[in-house]
Design a protein around this ligand. Structure first.
Ligand SMILES: [Zn+2]
Length: 277
């Protein structure tokens, strides 16, 4: 499933085709949305934003298309006149004189007036977005210590989009590794300094993933791994995610995987010791 940085990169790609340009045609693949086509035809797109795992396409007449990629949704962009080679079901197409932005497979799409955005069932529950409105380290440290969140295990808390929006499974694993915290730790068990370090890693590693298109390891480690033959992105991007049974790069312990809530949690028992209750 794409996480915040991948959604933000998709939004950037859609923006490169649509932003600042008037639409020539808008098509919805779901019957209940067809009535909005005439409202959006000929209108200018003024921005394409990401909110956690959702994308907002904002028009200059104050209407907004909300779309959530869910598990299978995929945005594709093409130049004018091109048609992507795909068997996926087209759910939304926005055309202009230069090209088209096309959303396939996703069905969670809505057209909302800007004034009603905050009342939307998904958007209203989102915590601060780590890429479009990142909190400061102090704000996020305070949020970790807040009574709403401090007694939740970090493994669950980091995936809770009402805590912060944009984290998924790989970011969770890597953030906890670089924070030195075991996934089953609760913020209430941590010192202020540990929470501050965690807040800092939540912000910086999400931004790094956006900037590097998903490479979380620091540049110095990536260089070292490449020199040892790990040339592909998949072989050097993570420290623990997907690496169970392999040696930790940071302490040589064996990376482990536990399963909880249907998701795999990867961690290093050497770098991330269990805290006593
Ligand atoms: Zn380690």
């Amino acid at each position: 499933m794409p996480e915040g940085p991948e959604i933000r990169l998709a939004a950037d790609e859609v923006a490169s085709i649509l932003r600042g340009r008037k639409t020539t045609a808008v098509f919805f693949g779901q019957d209940h949305l067809v009535k909005f086509e005439s409202r959006l035809n000929g209108q200018k797109v003024i921005d394409v934003q990401s909110r956690g795992k959702a994308i907002l396409t904002v028009f200059d007449n104050d209407w907004v298309i909300y779309s959530h990629n869910q598990l299978y949704g995929k945005w594709l962009t093409v130049e004018r006149g091109e048609i992507p080679d795909t068997n996926r079901q087209l759910r939304l197409a926005i055309h202009n004189r230069f090209g088209s932005a096309l959303l396939y497979s996703a069905s969670d799409i809505a057209v909302l007036h800007r004034d009603k955005l905050q009342a939307h069932s998904f958007l209203s529950k989102l915590g601060p977005d780590l890429l479009s409105e990142p909190p400061s380290i102090i704000e996020l440290t305070d949020r970790l210590a807040d009574k709403r969140f401090r007694n939740k295990r970090l493994a669950g808390l980091l995936l809770d989009q009402s805590f912060v929006a944009g984290l998924g499974n790989y970011l969770r694993a890597e953030i906890l590794l670089f924070s030195g915290l075991h996934p089953l730790t609760k913020p209430a068990q941590c010192t202020r300094q540990e929470l501050r370090r965690l807040a800092s890693k939540i912000i910086s590693l999400t931004l790094r993933s956006y900037q590097t298109k998903g490479v979380i390891n620091p540049p110095s480690l990536v260089r070292l791994l490449k020199s040892r033959g790990c040339k592909t992105k998949e072989s050097h991007r993570f420290s623990v995610y997907g690496r169970e049974g392999s040696k930790c790069y940071h302490c040589s312990a064996t990376v482990r995987r536990i399963d909880a809530g249907g998701r795999h949690i990867y961690f290093c028992p050497g770098c991330q010791p269990v805290k006593k209750e």
